[in-house]
Design a protein around this ligand. Structure first.
Ligand code: ZN
Length: 326
């Protein structure tokens, strides 16, 4: 009888403690890797404003990216092109994070800081930005663009490409080699005539010479205006241009500055610029908006208005790239 009781207690113990433990352990062993659950690819997103990490289904995350990176009133084919570019970039980051975690966000694949990875806007921000009706309308449209291109990415020779883009190419995109010194076959310069009838094609930015001196650490205020005016000006002149006519290096006072650096220091829309000096003010006339490499977003919108679909847009701006399903 006592033996039976002992066995009974052991059985109860097994049923209550050991069995559940084994089941949980077993379930953990058979759990899919962190980035795929229930057939859904998951992305670990570092929210740079709060410092938290959210795990989101890929397609849901991409909706917030497209909303953050392209105006929602763009043509649906342009939004689809943006969705494929965003998906390609995201999966590339997921791949990279697995082999070498990013030091800025080691616990995540990607972040919401557009200066570091790519923009992402959550529903709260979008509701504020668009209002309730706008939110419903735009979000549905963007979701449709993401859904219609589900799984599609851009590859070159079987590898995910670096799908960089900018707002407006100023009539012709720039090669990666000219901007970053990195020659990539699918990031070459192509004509982008659709940019011309679009917002952000041209802009003027004006500074006082004293302001310019302060920002650049030079002393142009002391130089006669003729020395600052092209052509023939010696204190400020373009030293080198890229093949597309953008400024590459420029002499300012006693300094030689890369145009990309000047663009950053002064907040110029692009490196495609000329200037004029009047009295104590200098005005930069710029063309295009952004670094100019890869897809022009306004160009994509212009192509879509002409009836081109997202695949035609993407393979136009990323020459030699293919659209594949992942
Ligand atoms: Zn990042």
């Amino acid at each position: 009888m006592r033996k039976l009781l002992g066995l009974f207690i052991i059985l109860i113990f097994a049923a209550v403690i050991i069995l559940p433990a084994l089941i949980i352990e077993g379930a953990r062993l058979f759990q899919p890797p962190v980035n795929i659950q229930a057939g859904k690819q998951l992305v670990r997103v570092y929210m740079h404003q709060t410092g938290t990490v959210a795990t989101l289904p890929l397609e849901e995350y991409l909706t917030g990216v497209v909303a953050g990176e392209m105006p929602a009133d763009f043509e649906i084919e342009a939004l689809k092109a943006q969705a494929v570019a965003a998906r390609t970039y995201t999966l590339k980051k997921v791949e990279e994070a697995r082999s070498k975690p990013d030091s800025y966000h080691p616990a995540a694949d990607i972040c919401t800081d557009p200066a570091h990875c790519q923009a992402w806007l959550g529903d709260d921000v979008l509701r504020q930005r668009w209002g309730l009706i706008g939110f419903w309308r735009h979000k549905n449209k963007i979701q449709a663009a993401v859904e219609a291109t589900r799984g599609m990415v851009l590859t070159y020779q079987g590898k995910l490409i670096d799908p960089v883009y900018h707002a407006n190419g100023g009539g012709r995109t720039e090669s990666a080699a000219a901007v970053w010194g990195r020659d990539l076959p699918y990031l070459q310069s192509v004509p982008s005539p659709w940019d011309q009838d679009s917002p952000r094609y041209q802009a003027d930015l004006s500074f006082s010479l004293a302001e310019l001196d302060r920002k650049l650490g030079v002393n142009l205020a002391a130089v006669p205006v003729t020395a600052l005016t092209p052509p023939g000006g010696t204190a400020m002149k373009v030293l080198e241009k890229t093949a597309t006519g953008r400024v590459k290096t420029i002499k300012i006072g006693n300094k030689t500055v890369a145009a990309t650096e000047l663009r950053q220091l002064l907040g110029l829309p692009s490196t495609d610029f000329s200037w004029q000096v009047q009295g104590d003010r200098i005005t930069f006339h710029t063309r295009g908006y952004g670094h100019g490499v890869g897809m022009s977003q306004y160009g994509a919108n212009g192509m879509a208005k002409e009836g081109k679909n997202f695949a035609a847009i993407l393979t136009y701006y990323y020459r030699g790239a293919r659209i594949e399903n992942r």
